[in-house]
Ligand binder design. Structure first.
Ligand SMILES: Cc1ncc(COP(=O)(O)O)c(C=O)c1O
Length: 376
């Protein structure tokens, strides 16, 4: 499904860190944050231990409390919703646009707004930007914060703006299958200085001073002004991040070439439709989703692909239908018809920057064969 583009540069930079004698957040992390901020066109970049921590901090810095509501998609990784629960707020799931656009629908967001709504979390599915102009207009009208879960979307651009810089806060993940890979890792981006300051302190127990400053003997005491966590990253992860960031645009272009090849090979095949065909902007092509016709047995197709040596996956089982969410919040099937239908039909095919067009052609051919056979 995915593979990592790691090479000599990463090896060299990680070795430098190991030899430096300081492994937790420090000068390399500061350099990574500065480079990330520059790449985004300026703003505060706060590196953290993973994307889930980034989402938690982005929500927690808004001082959400029990009874507050946050609107978000259900067609996302469970971390998007779990992060809402960590703050004590209630997740309110909104449906997606439809079969060509698997992102959260602005109309569905608006329908779900109540006097308790405090924030909207959007997720740029597969690195295809959400309809941010409409979403921001709704947020302004109702005085709501907008958080972008940009785990799939580093480098994606919507109407001239990088995903993750459009809302109030943008959250990134650098998990091993992402477009920037540091093993585990994440980052919160914001252009709001006050929120950035809060996130920096909350990342490290609520302390204003860094362990790095203490190590250098700059400070010997500290105060705690608000509840914090230990969501610090390490210098090793940041060293990887610096090199991976340099490779991001090139690797996103590789992903685009592969997606174009997939689209050419799979166009017109009976039983397969390709979402995001009308997507505007410049996506980051994190994953390649296809939709199978309702009559096709997806489990059988997955098995047949596996027999040919092709891994596949599903993005995503809807969060509201996980037993934890059903049992604790009373969510039920039928609540989000478009999300549920697309989740039943979606299949994600392999996509990563180490593949080439020949790989895509071979995979597409196997799919054609599998779909022609009668038992799928
Ligand atoms: C959409 C989405 N949100 C959040 C996360 C959480 O990121 P992490 O795994 O770095 O905690 C991920 C990835 O794993 C993701 O795909």
């Amino acid at each position: 499904m995915s593979d990592i583009d790691l090479g000599k540069e990463e090896e060299r930079e990680v070795l430098k860190v190991l030899r430096s004698g300081w492994l937790s957040s420090g000068p390399v992390t500061e350099r990574f944050e500065q480079a990330f901020s520059k790449y985004m066109g300026g703003g505060d970049a706060v590196a953290v231990s993973n994307g889930t921590a980034a989402l938690h901090l982005a929500l927690a810095c808004l001082d959400l409390k029990e009874g507050d509501e946050v609107i978000l998609p259900s067609l996302t990784f469970v971390a998007t919703a779990n992060a809402v629960l960590y703050t004590g707020a209630t997740p309110v799931f909104a449906d997606i646009n439809g079969r060509d656009d698997l992102n959260i629908s602005p109309d569905e967001i608006e329908k779900n707004i109540t006097e308790r709504t405090k924030a909207i979390v959007v997720m740029h599915y597969g690195g295809f930007p959400c309809k941010m102009e409409s979403i921001l207009a709704i947020a302004r009208k109702h005085n709501l914060y907008v958080i972008e879960d940009a785990a799939h979307a580093p480098g994606a651009v919507y109407r001239g703006k990088k995903c993750g810089t459009i809302g109030d806060l943008g959250c990134f993940s650098f998990f091993s299958n992402k477009n920037i890979v540091t093993g585990e890792g994440g980052l919160v981006f914001t252009r709001d200085r006050a929120l950035a300051e809060r996130i920096r302190t909350m990342r490290s127990h609520g302390m204003k001073t860094l362990s790095w400053d203490k190590y250098r003997g700059r400070v010997s005491s500290y105060d705690i002004e608000r509840l914090g966590y230990n969501y610090r990253t390490t210098e090793i992860q940041s060293a990887l991040g610096l090199i991976q960031l340099k490779k991001l645009d090139r690797n996103n272009r590789r992903r685009k070439k592969l997606v174009n090849a997939y689209r050419k090979e799979l166009r017109g095949i009976e039983g397969v439709s390709l979402p995001f065909s009308r997507s505007g902007g410049s996506p980051s092509y994190h994953i390649f989703p296809i939709l199978l016709a309702p009559a096709i047995d997806r489990n059988k197709a997955v098995e047949r692909l596996k027999d040919s040596g092709i891994q596949s996956s599903v993005h995503y089982p809807p969060v509201h239908l996980f037993s934890f969410y059903r049992n604790n919040f009373g969510f039920q099937e039928g609540m989000l018809p478009k999300t549920e239908e697309m989740s039943r039909r979606e299949l994600t095919l392999p996509l990563h920057p180490l593949m080439d067009v020949e790989d895509v052609k071979w995979i597409a051919n196997q799919i054609k064969k599998i779909l022609k056979s009668t038992d799928t």
